[in-house]
Design a protein around this ligand. Structure first.
Ligand code: FES
Ligand code: FES
Length: 160
């Protein structure tokens, strides 16, 4: 397979290397860089487990190919929060019991983060719409929606 050089910014850090042109962003993140927070579910754009921010917009990283990654700015779950420094959205997911198996959680958090940046006080309908591309087979969604509502209140309190 043909290779190409790509340069991009990931979670505030610059990367540059050669990859096969048919490699997906999801593979680059998980296999080349070793950031495994972004999950591989369906690998065909249906589940949202692989959601990342790509130039400020949520995308399914399993559908983005290496040539598109060149010059992009990418934020993954690792760029949003960590175990030591969780983002208020991550804290709210834990506190509301919105994490069961956890497989969908990074994608859910990235989509919620994107929503709250654009719309800090979303309605229930806006939360449902924003998370409509993220599938969860454990929680029944209600606790996830509640977590996003709680996170929006918390972000307001700390003035984010
Ligand atoms: S793994 Fe990308 S949408 Fe399911
Ligand atoms: S918590 Fe298991 S898929 Fe959502």
């Amino acid at each position: 397979m043909k290779e190409m050089n790509i340069s991009f910014n990931l979670n505030g850090k610059n990367y540059s290397f050669s990859v096969p042109t048919n490699m997906t962003l999801l593979q680059i993140l998980r296999e080349t860089i070793g950031l495994t927070g972004t999950k591989k579910g369906c690998d065909k754009g249906d589940c949202g487990a692989c959601t990342v921010l790509f130039n400020g917009v949520t995308v399914n990283s399993c559908l983005i190919l290496a040539p598109q990654v060149d010059s992009a700015e990418i934020t993954t779950i690792e760029g949003i929060g960590s175990v030591d420094k969780p983002h208020p959205i991550q804290k709210a997911f834990v506190e509301e019991g919105a994490v069961q198996c956890g497989f969908c959680t990074p994608g859910m958090v990235v989509s919620s983060y994107s929503l709250l940046i654009k719309n800090p006080e979303p309605t229930e309908e806006e939360i449902r719409e924003a998370l409509s591309g993220n599938l969860c087979r454990c929680t029944g969604y209600i606790k996830i929606f509640n977590a996003v509502k709680e996170a929006s209140k918390e972000e307001k309190k700390i003035g984010r």
